[in-house]
Write a protein that binds this ligand. Sequence first.
Ligand code: ZN
Ligand code: ZN
Length: 257
Amino acid sequence: MRLSILASGSKGNAIFMEMDGTRLLLDVGIGLRRLKQGLAALGMTLEALDGVFLTHEHRDHVAGLAALLREVPLPVYSRPGTIAALPGRDLLPPQCLHPFRGNMAIGGVKVEPFPLSHDAAEPVGYRVRGSRTCTVATDLGFVTGAVQDAIEDADVLILEANHDTATLKQGGYPWPLKQRILSSRGHLSNLDAAWALARMKRRPAQVFLAHLSEENNRPELAEETVRDILGRQGVPLSGLTIALARQREPVSFGESG
Ligand SMILES: [Zn+2]
Ligand SMILES: [Zn+2]
């Protein structure tokens, strides 16, 4: 499998994933030009995609959807609540929109959504299973039992580490926004991400910390917090690679076979 996190954070999100010959895009929160550039760097085109899966309808996850569908009418899959709540839904080509419940087999892989606690209509994370398992969990206020189960058997895990709680509290955001981020339907802190990893019975080989706030976090701080908690819990860090997804440039992962 290979993976490229084309963008991650409150200004736009998109992930390209290729597994067992199936090519998926998870979220389209960036413009068409950046999307094409990111794919071109992988030797990939929009036409080569098998489908688009949306996590939820927030703008940073769907802002580029209309432009993408105007260019290539790809099938778009998500929970019915998300499809219904898409901004500008009436202007999107209806034949492209595929609300679904349960899991979905597409090409050689199985896509399994799992519910997230977040202030959107019907937000989900995705577990993609093929010869490997890759799980994406961003935009969640806390790690529910369902989330902890869903991340458990990932080979590659993309997990939100949105903010450092102290930095957020001391920072310049208005109080209602701080409250929203800190709430159980907001975003995951560095510490929450660290504990989710610490609690896993089998940890992935590769973790990407994602959806980092540019105002209330620093990449080094997110990574330090995770390493510190895992270290204190006696988790061996040798088999675990921790990387950071970025807002402004793609971060890739690939393995042959
Ligand atoms: Zn988001
Ligand atoms: Zn969101």
